[in-house]
Design a protein around this ligand. Sequence first.
Ligand SMILES: [Zn+2]
Ligand SMILES: [Zn+2]
Length: 211
Amino acid sequence: MDEQVQLDWERCVAFHGHVCPGLAIGFQAAQIALKVLHALEGEPYNPKSGFVSIVQNDACGVDAVQTLLSSTFGKGNLMFKDHGKQVFSFIRRQDGRGVRVALKYGAMDNERHQALRPKMMDNTATPAESEEFYKLHGEISMHLVEAPPEEHFVWREITFDLPNGPKLNPTVECAFCGEGVMEQRASVRDGRIACPECVEQYESRVLVLNK
Ligand SMILES: [Zn+2]
Ligand SMILES: [Zn+2]
């Protein structure tokens, strides 16, 4: 493995806490992003305006995206869509151009690994099975990291309308719990401002009353 790739992979593993195929998926998706975003024809990539990562799952691979691309919720350059798909898009802020990377369906299936997984999950694997599982786990991960990206992924250029820069979000007081809540997330219950938590409680009360 290329020395830089090795170092990058180790950084991801340190952040995520373990080696796993999911982390390797995000690692490769981020590598593809770096390659494609810098090679788009026309206007060169402007690192000052940066790019936004849109992840369509909240699994292990997102940790590699955060580590390698510095995409985080705090910086506002990480967007999560709860789609349960191993799909990652990376969009340049300067012009909305970017790349959409998808894991091929079944690309990393391994029958033995899948057969052992339920046993690992409910702690019924024998020590030998457990050892075999972790060996396969590591092998599948390393294969994902080292194989040419075309083997497991498809990607294409896209354009995407990113929401405009950071918005000012005034905070208002929830009339029910007294805590502050971003105005956009607040709603009105019984003519008073309510935060999402208190709305949930309100709705469960209404359900009980209607029974
Ligand atoms: Zn993991
Ligand atoms: Zn509240």
